[in-house]
Design a protein around this ligand. Structure first.
Ligand code: SF4
Length: 434
């Protein structure tokens, strides 16, 4: 006899893929207690939980606007309970309790257990490592650690997430087995700082050992690395990457800047020359490696000369994937305490636009060189008459895509196909089945 679901819980996830993993763990706990669970849904639900982001101003604004969206529904009792957790709540709990008191309860980033119990469910330790996946079933994120021990001057994350804490290799292997048993073929490793993995737990860099073990798992087709850190990069990772065919030739490594003065002010622990040498090393060791990076423009003290050094570096490094942020002063960070946010927003914006224009040219020429070549592509979705997929050089949601027209043959989502590139756009590729 089918038991009636207790209540419906809708979880809204804002921010990064690390937040998404937390929401998926929460969804799994609640569904195992008999709740009907929804994610980022417009469907009615008795209980709404908002997983917030508190990283930079724009993200904070979006989180507050989302809470206010549900404020009226809560006041008018259209929803019975409204809970908020995640980074914004961790960072500004008291202020939020005062300013938006209609929320039933605010929780920090590490209080999923308390949140589950406040909803009225029973927290199950045996479900740790199990998740209700919200991504397309063929890929999933795996969070290998929490927190960060770095001291980047502009960053509030260590103030929110605390010290770096690695998860044991055994736990990550069993969670990966769980994901693969659910049909996942691509696992994307995430953390605040992937490179630092193991230092706290094993007193050594252990990322190479971890990816070596994970890549041996049967059924894992692609293993991808995000959020590595340039200073003291664990070079043994590159050796493992070269030796394993199912580790994507892909590395996300935010460098943020290149001028020695800015790298010092940002407390990145690396010099201009060391950064150039690191890029050269990657290019020499794995020539077809795709490098993704993130840059920060408009940090206090950044002169035209500093910025020109950055443009020159972007032209030299020819990153295959690149994103730019403008400096946002975050309270209690080193930069907020020691530097005046003296660069007008218009200049920050102009510098960001100039870099993205240079990057658009680089990306277009790199894509054009791929015309005629054949790549293994995984199909993520169907859009109208087209299928949309990715090569091993593209991470979901942030990178380029391959647009495939296949009239004759119906393609299956989550399957791999050989695709010949027939056209190139600034960022995306056009292809046909080979
Ligand atoms: S590595 Fe630096 S930028 Fe990244 S989370 Fe840690 S402190 Fe922030």
């Amino acid at each position: 006899m089918k038991t009636k679901a207790l209540k419906t819980v809708n979880i809204i996830t804002l921010g990064c893929s690390k937040n998404l993993v937390d929401s998926e763990s929460l969804l799994r706990q609640l569904e195992s207690n008999g709740y009907k669970v929804l994610h980022d849904s417009n469907q009615p639900a008795e209980i709404v939980v908002i997983n917030t982001c508190g990283f930079i101003n724009d993200a904070k604004q979006e989180s507050i606007e989302t809470i206010l969206q549900f404020e009226n529904l809560r006041k008018s009792k259209k929803i019975e309970k409204l809970f908020v957790f995640g980074c914004l709540s961790e960072r500004y709990k008291e202020e939020l309790e005062t300013e938006i008191p209609v929320v039933d309860q605010y929780f920090g980033v590490y209080n999923i257990k308390e949140l589950v119990e406040s909803i009225g469910a029973h927290y199950k330790n045996e479900l740790v490592g199990e998740r209700h996946l919200t991504t397309p079933k063929h890929y999933a994120y795996l969070k290998i650690s929490e927190g960060c021990d770095r001291t980047c001057s502009f960053c509030a994350i260590p103030l929110i997430k605390g010290k770096h804490k690695s998860r044991p290799i055994e736990e990550l292997v069993s969670e990966s087995k769980f994901l693969i048993s659910k049909g996942v073929k691509e696992i994307i490793l995430i953390a605040q700082d992937l490179s630092y993995y193991g230092i706290d737990l094993y007193k050594k860099f252990a990322l190479a050992e971890l990816i070596d073990k994970l890549s041996d798992l049967k059924g894992l087709k692609w293993l991808r690395l995000h959020y590595t850190f340039p200073a003291k990069f664990p070079m043994d990772v590159i050796d493992i990457m070269k030796s394993k065919t199912n580790i994507c030739k892909y590395l996300d490594i935010p460098v943020q800047h290149i001028s020695d003065k800015l790298l010092q002010n940002m407390r990145r622990g690396i010099t201009k020359q060391q950064t150039y040498d690191l890029i050269d090393f990657f290019r020499k060791e794995i020539p077809d490696m795709t490098l993704r990076t993130t840059l920060l423009v408009g940090h206090p003290g950044e002169t035209d000369e500093d910025f020109n050094e950055l443009i020159e570096f972007v032209r030299y490094a020819k990153f295959e994937r690149l994103g730019v942020f403008t400096y946002s002063e975050e309270e209690n960070t080193y930069s907020a305490k020691h530097f005046k946010d003296d660069i007008p927003f218009s200049i920050k914006q102009a510098r960001m636009d100039e870099i993205m224009e240079v990057q658009r040219e680089i990306s277009n020429s790199l894509n054009t060189n791929k015309i005629g070549k054949v790549f293994k592509v995984i199909i993520d979705r169907k859009e109208g008459d087209y299928y949309v997929g990715r090569t091993e050089y593209d991470s979901p949601d942030v990178d380029n895509e391959v647009i495939i027209k296949s009239e004759k043959k119906k393609l299956r989502l989550g399957n791999f196909y050989k695709v010949k590139i027939t056209g190139a756009e600034d960022f995306d590729l056009i292809g046909e089945l080979n």
